[in-house]
Design a protein around this ligand. Structure first.
Ligand code: FE2
Length: 206
């Protein structure tokens, strides 16, 4: 985040009852440069961008700490800030994770990278065992899980079945993470999985 003074185009914010003035905007030049790279080059750059970002005192004090006040009551996780490239080439999102919240198992139709900015988030990763030939059928096997704190750097996911994951906050305090997604490679945003019934479907919304 650079010390620019006005909100970037494409900024959206939830929690309008507690509206914060946007005093920082992302380094959109850096984001644009990353977004045009092929996936294998973009992922390490995205990881470096995010791991540096969550260590910036200005970002943490200006963007992250004020979120704590807003996160006292919500029952579920939410995206509190979103910065989209004008051409849809990237999307930078700040997620707030109240204690005990987490996503479904899912993938994205773009590459993705994320870093924990506050607290600790748990990432679970899954391998897909079937060949995708049966509609709405997917067999998953849990591959690994890791706890991420701000000093741990960033995690990356490939598009589609190469990046099936779930993120959540198993701790007792609020967690915040920053996510960067590259250009979508499909019309849909990704897929949601339910391994209890070997089910997969297109995601209708973020
Ligand atoms: Fe995700």
């Amino acid at each position: 985040m650079k010390g620019k003074t006005k909100g970037a185009r494409g900024v959206t914010e939830e929690g309008q009852e507690d509206h914060m003035t946007t005093t920082l905007t992302p380094d959109t030049n850096a984001l644009r440069e990353i977004a045009v790279l092929p996936t294998e080059s973009a992922l390490p750059r995205a990881a470096r961008f995010l791991s540096d970002l969550v260590k910036e005192a200005g970002f943490v004090q200006g963007e992250i700490l004020p979120l704590l006040k807003k996160a006292k009551n919500p029952q579920d996780w939410y995206v509190t800030r979103q910065y989209d490239g004008e051409d849809g080439s990237y999307s930078l999102k700040i997620f707030v994770w109240p204690p005990g919240t987490g996503t479904m198992i899912h993938d994205h139709s773009s590459w993705g990278a994320y870093a924990c900015a506050l607290g600790t988030v748990l990432e679970e990763r899954y391998d897909r065992l079937d060949d995708g030939s049966i509609a709405e059928h997917a067999r998953l096997r849990k591959a690994w899980q890791l706890l991420w704190s701000p000093e741990d750097g960033a995690s990356t996911v490939l598009p589609g079945g190469g990046g099936i994951h779930r993120v959540g906050n198993p701790g007792e305090g609020v967690a915040v993470s920053v996510h960067l997604y590259g250009p979508r490679l499909e019309d849909v945003d990704g897929r949601d999985y339910d391994p209890s019934r070997d089910y997969v479907c297109d995601r209708l919304e973020d």
